[in-house]
Ligand binder design. Structure first.
Ligand SMILES: Nc1nc2c(ncn2[C@@H]2O[C@H](COP(=O)(O)OP(=O)(O)O)[C@@H](O)[C@H]2O)c(=O)[nH]1
Ligand SMILES: Nc1ncnc2c1ncn2[C@@H]1O[C@H](COP(=O)(O)OP(=O)(O)O)[C@@H](O)[C@H]1O
Length: 206
């Protein structure tokens, strides 16, 4: 499928810093818009329905799956998370750059549906630092942190399937890397679209 906007997918093990990086990117770049996912997990402290997530019951989530309302969805850490068609299709069609913060299973599904989507994986600098970021964030119970760390090794093994990998050690450097990828892709796709338009014009293809 072709569309005028760019689609960026950012995945990471929990605590690597993807939400902080995406938030900082959006503060710097008004063209980048978030895709708000649906989830069956409970809201954390400051989270608001419709801002971080649309919080859904199991039944509501099932109904959306049945209605083909998701472009991708997956089970992550024992809960379901999904990207609704509404969250992205209309906006990329209007030329927005949409960023999806989703897990690797969802990222790979998105790449099947949108071949031009750019897949970015964020890694922590070390295992110990990943654990201490999860602990310092202070949003999850010890059990939840243990489950997330247990899943992190398998998630990180998927990084090789992504277009880019960023190591989030010094935050500002990782943010710079992310910005560079976004700018490079905009230039690349703009050039591709120009080349295609020229080809169509020279062949008189309507
Ligand atoms: N496949 C998929 N994964 C999602 C979606 N939304 C969030 N996730 C992933 O679910 C995982 C857990 O997210 P969350 O509970 O917010 O915790 P966090 O990883 O600490 O931010 C993360 O890997 C997210 O990237 C979605 O719409 N689809
Ligand atoms: N480069 C960094 N150095 C130190 N702490 C960081 C860095 N990046 C993010 N953090 C902190 O680590 C915690 C987890 O970050 P968060 O963005 O919530 O991760 P994720 O969305 O990947 O689960 C937060 O408390 C955040 O402020």
């Amino acid at each position: 499928m072709d569309y005028p906007g760019n689609l960026f997918v950012v995945s990471a093990p929990s605590g690597a810093g993807k939400s902080s990086l995406v938030k900082a990117l959006m503060e710097l770049d008004a063209r980048v818009q978030p895709s708000v996912s649906h989830t069956t997990r409970a809201p954390r402290g400051q989270e608001k329905h419709g801002r971080e997530y649309f919080f859904a019951s199991e039944q509501e989530f099932d109904a959306m799956v049945q209605a083909n309302g998701f472009v991708e969805w997956a089970n992550v850490h024992g809960r379901r998370y999904g990207t609704s068609r509404k969250a992205i299709e209309e906006r990329v069609a209007q030329g927005a750059d949409v960023v999806l913060e989703i897990d690797y299973q969802g990222a790979l599904q998105i790449k099947q549906a949108f071949v031009n989507a750019v897949l970015i994986f964020i890694l922590p600098p070390s295992w110990d630092e990943l654990r201490s970021r999860l602990e310092r964030r202070g949003e999850d119970t010890a059990d939840v942190i243990d489950l997330r760390l247990k899943n992190a090794a398998q998630e990180m093994a998927e990084a090789c399937k992504f277009d880019f990998v960023i190591i989030n050690e010094v935050f500002e450097r990782a943010l710079f890397d992310l910005k560079t990828i976004v700018h490079a892709q905009r230039l690349k796709y703009a050039a591709q679209r120009r080349a295609r338009a020229q080809t169509f014009e020279s062949l008189n293809i309507p």
